[in-house]
Design a protein around this ligand. Sequence first.
Ligand code: COA
Ligand code: AMP
Length: 641
Amino acid sequence: MKQNKLTEIMTYQELYEQSIQSPEKFWSEQANAIKWFKKPTTILSKDQNEYPLWFADGELNACYLALDKHIEDGFGDNVAIIYDSPVTQTVKKYTYNEVKAEVAKLAGGMLSLGLKKGNTAVIYMPMIPQAAFAMLACARIGVIHSVVFGGFAPHELAIRIDDCKPKIIITASSGIEIDRLIAYKPLVDEAIALASHKPKKVIILNRKLGARIPFKKYDVDYDALVYGSEEVPCVPVEATHPLYILYTSGTTGKPKGIVRDTGGYATSIKYSMEHIYGAKPDEVFWAASDVGWVVGHSYIVYGPLLNRNTTIIFEGKPIRTPDASTFWRVIEEHKVNVMFTAPTAIRAIKKEDPNGDFIKKYDLSSLKTQFLAGERCDVATLEWYQAHIPVPAIDHWWQTESGWPMIANMMGVEFLHIKPGSAGKAVTGYNIQIFNEEGEELSANEEGYVVIKLPLPPGTMMDLWNENARFKEGYLEKFPGYYFSGDGGFKDKDGYIFITGRVDDVINVAGHRLSTAEMEEIVSSHHSVAECAVIGINDELKGQVPLALVVNKSGESIEHFQLQHEVVQLVREQIGAVASLRDVVIVPRLPKTRSGKILRKLLRSIADGTDFQIPSTIDDEAIIDEVRTECKNAKIGSFRQ
Ligand code: COA
Ligand code: AMP
């Protein structure tokens, strides 16, 4: 139970009620935990959409809070970042002093290239410390960064370049996928060629791993820029100044640019480190994710550094780098106290090492808590983990939009009983309810839409970049006065919330959020495809994987296997291998309603082999058997065994 500054010791329930009843008081107290250049006097106000704005007149700088503040407090020699890269067999530690020196010079270099507060910069990098340096350098001078996951193909990068119009791109010569060298520079050049907006400069870090680096006139060498630049100080920015834009998949082909503020985010992220993750300053915090995802932003870079933890940048996978012992080796070697990963990573380890033989070889005594998120943690995975590692395994729920957890077991407040299958209870500040289609609150254990009563607490999304109408329509208009999460779920009588999955066309593949609508657009662009449906089907390892059901154009004489191969290749080329589309089934027709809408839920049930009722709106029931036969012939989903 937590000692609250103003009061005595508080239970989770007391703290939660305080946060919902008096949000301004609650969050103004939490805002005192960070150092402001100008303390906010307005705590909670509203923007033009009646949406909450936090700390509007405050001024601060996220890079200052992550680095300079700790150095001023005398902790400059503490280790800020451990770079652990099994793929290059490197372990390197950076103190807060060292990180600040490089970040401040890189920021100086960026200023010399003409960047100014309010400009945007795209960062397209693998899991190396320079990715974090680049983010912090942007924050230092008020440049809004947009990190693009290194596994996305040039087409995806180009979409983001055109949307956020960066003045520069910061990249590296290559990434390494297990044992495969991926040259990034040709991908960046291709993306720039595809995009209508042309960034002025590309800062490129040469990792000297042998990748091809085609030279272009816009190139600037990262090392030379840092070496030749002076350190520059942090620029104070308004609390509402965007710290970053992070694109995530939505229900159309176009990704959504989630805009994050600075003041609310700094406050909530610091709060979450202590109250949710139970991480004390100087402890080692490891989020085994990627800087390209929100987990990387919040819990590889900003959260741990704002909380003065040592964070680990891990360039590897849970398996095959070199084997399923990697996670345990990292925990022992760096004395990790709190860890965060996706359930899919645990499933991958479990598959390779079902009896946990590797685990027994390592000293994991430093570990206090294992957090899991990105997808629902299935009970079998949770039980396997608990059977082999004697620390609480905590499922918790959040989204790119929220930036920090919304449902959890708040380990820094009070450890509550774990209910397998539930992500825990609502986090302080989040008034979470379950609604039916009419916007009425459902009773305990009834499944419906997961919504959150406004105001959302600090740190959640401010808007969608360039798309305020889409922001309002997608999140605020379905249930006025509430944020619509896009997830379904139910709450039990004790207040534990169970997330049952997305209620839209977003799928979760190995913890990666992807849009089936976007895949459909790409598959449909194939010249032999008359129409198609892409759905997410259950997968033992990745949680979900996409399945494309394709209707061939009549008169096209393409062989089925060739069409399947070309469709897979098309998605790999346009989105990236990370989309994990492997299964393409050619069907004679797709089941539709009489008004022509494809019955995707029905298709999912057929492929997953789950029970369903034949929809009364279906135009022709015979199609169900046709699709089932083709899925069976192709041995996909539940027909695989
Ligand atoms: N750059 C280039 N390619 C990438 C990439 C990157 N950064 N990340 C993934 N890919 C590629 C992979 O090489 C693979 O290509 P292939 O089809 O040619 O083999 C494909 O995308 C799919 O990758 P992935 O989803 O990682 O599957 P996998 O089978 O290689 O590994 C897991 C499976 C479960 C081990 C892996 O997905 C994993 O570690 N997941 C955890 C994800 C996570 O932490 N998410 C963050 C949420 S907290
Ligand atoms: P992302 O924005 O990539 O973090 O993906 C967010 C989505 O992942 C959520 O809307 C959920 O559908 C899913 N998700 C994340 N964490 C969990 C969890 N702990 N339980 C169930 N679903 C989750």
